[in-house]
Design a protein around this ligand. Structure first.
Ligand SMILES: *[C@@H]1O[C@H](CO)[C@@H](O)[C@H](O)[C@H]1NC(C)=O
Ligand SMILES: *[C@@H]1O[C@H](CO)[C@@H](O)[C@H](O)[C@H]1NC(C)=O
Length: 358
């Protein structure tokens, strides 16, 4: 087993203990008690998680596609590390696989830890960066849905990806984009929004003739929850107000089902409220396949099981850390159950034909 020693004492407080990009390895942590105030628990990944993935680089959409690979295809751990280190591109496994696009939020850049785990669970997963990466804009100011459509089409057309549509999973700001993708793009057949809003916020969105302006953030309403971290909950505009109606994402147009996974202790967004708003709008328009799964006690950063619980952490955009919320035990339990729910949902709602396109 590969072990990396991370001495938390070397990290300043409020850093998240997750790897952004591959490899996702078991990490041995050593705690310096004088620095553990904010880390009430550090979960260690089980060795089972290192099932493995291999990936094909694709420069066009600032993404890498991760395909499942059988463990015994890997000759030795050294082969794994050298493959990663040298970025050798190789697709293995039989396929076809269900295709899923995976996106993250305000942190920006390319984040691959969830896609590598989904790939190790049998999905062909495309981790998609949409800002703050390479030559992409440093902030999501005007998002062109065409970019997301090309990525979805690329995944649909991939010879190892089955069916005529792909799934999308995303959190926070990414969930906002996922909801827009579901609403406008025919390639999207199943969507999972983790703690996201029901309207566009801050940035605008274009897609051909369509222009949606975001609800402006109320920066003056950003609150300091405990003098060392900030909550954005009150800085988000109320999507019920008449002046914000045009910013609501028309999810009733979505081709496929939408699942909202929400923590009711989310202190970043009022996610449960947003999800309920989305569901009631869908019902009003006769769309029946919008589901809200609420996890009591869970916070904003609802990640795969074993991800360290992180109630607050630094953000590239603010001087103080952001509050994510959640209580340790229910949050960790929610990470276990929501991970299973997510996979089951994709299995049931993304069609998988046996035919390989090759
Ligand atoms: C733990 O942190 C304290 C305070 O920063 C430092 O003095 C000490 O050397 C650290 N201990 C270890 C084992 O790193
Ligand atoms: C989609 O997934 C949800 C949740 O797993 C399930 O309740 C629903 O029946 C699925 N839809 C279809 C068409 O199977």
């Amino acid at each position: 087993m590969l072990l990396i020693e991370v001495n938390i004492g070397l990290l300043s407080a409020a850093l998240r203990l997750v790897t952004r990009c591959l490899p996702w390895l078991p990490v041995k942590t050593s705690l310096n008690r004088s620095h553990t105030r904010r880390f009430s628990d550090v979960c260690r990944r089980s060795s089972d998680e290192i099932k493995c993935w291999t990936f094909c680089s694709d420069q066009r959409w600032h993404s890498r596609i991760l395909l499942p690979v059988k463990l015994n295809d890997i000759a030795s751990q050294d082969a794994v590390t050298s493959r990663i280190a040298s970025d050798i591109v190789e697709c293995e496994g039989e396929g076809p696989f269900r295709g899923v696009i995976d996106m993250f939020g305000g942190v920006g850049g390319l984040v691959e830890f969830r896609s590598s785990l989904l790939a190790s669970r049998g999905f062909a997963c495309l981790a998609l960066a949409y800002f703050a990466y390479d030559d992409l804009p440093s902030l999501p100011i005007k998002m062109d849905l065409k970019y997301f459509e090309e990525a979805a089409q690329f995944l649909c057309d991939h010879p190892k990806v089955s069916g005529d549509g792909v799934g999308v999973v995303a959190i926070c700001k990414g969930a906002e984009m996922a909801l827009a993708m579901a609403s406008y793009l025919p390639q999207v057949t199943a969507t999972v929004c983790i703690n996201g809003p029901n309207a566009l916020n801050g940035n605008s969105l274009v897609y051909g003739d369509v222009l949606v302006n975001g609800i402006p953030y109320k920066m003056e309403k950003i609150q300091s929850t405990d003098f060392w971290s900030l909550s954005l909950t009150n800085a988000m505009g109320d999507p019920r107000k008449p002046e914000n109606q045009d910013s609501i994402i028309p999810l009733e147009k979505a081709r496929g089902p939408i699942l909202f996974l929400v923590g009711n202790k989310d202190q970043h967004y009022d996610s449960l409220f947003f999800a309920r708003e989305a569901k009631s709008r869908a019902e009003k328009y006769g769309k029946k396949d919008v589901y809200v799964q609420c996890y009591p006690g869970a916070g904003h950063l609802l990640e795969p099981p074993g991800s360290p619980f992180c109630p607050a952490s630094k953000s590239p955009h603010f001087s103080l850390p952001l509050t994510w919320g959640g209580d340790l035990l229910p949050h960790c339990r929610a990470q276990e159950t929501s991970w299973k729910a997510l996979q089951e949902y994709f299995h049931r709602n993304i069609s998988c034909s046996r035919q390989n396109k090759l």
